[in-house]
Write a protein that binds this ligand. Structure first.
Ligand SMILES: [Zn+2]
Length: 73
């Protein structure tokens, strides 16, 4: 196993609220509701999950260079 970071700080593009969240290792998280403004965040096109789009750290499958295997699509 590589050193995979399992925590990512998500920053809401609407209100700027940031929150550190634990990332699931076996699935991508498509939706994330900002706890501050309750806007439902979705990944930007080309990104597989909200952590890749809005997080400080990309999701574990991407960190593992194992992009799109077992995750996404
Ligand atoms: Zn927000």
């Amino acid at each position: 196993m590589n050193n995979i970071i399992l925590e990512s700080t998500l920053v809401c593009p609407v209100c700027g609220h940031s929150k550190t969240e634990q990332m699931p290792t076996d699935a991508c998280q498509w939706f994330y509701e900002c706890e501050s403004c309750h806007n439902l965040l979705k990944p930007k096109s080309g990104d597989c999950c909200v952590f890749c789009s809005y997080g400080s750290v990309p999701c574990p499958p991407v960190q593992n260079q194992d992009k799109h295997s077992g995750c996404c699509e």
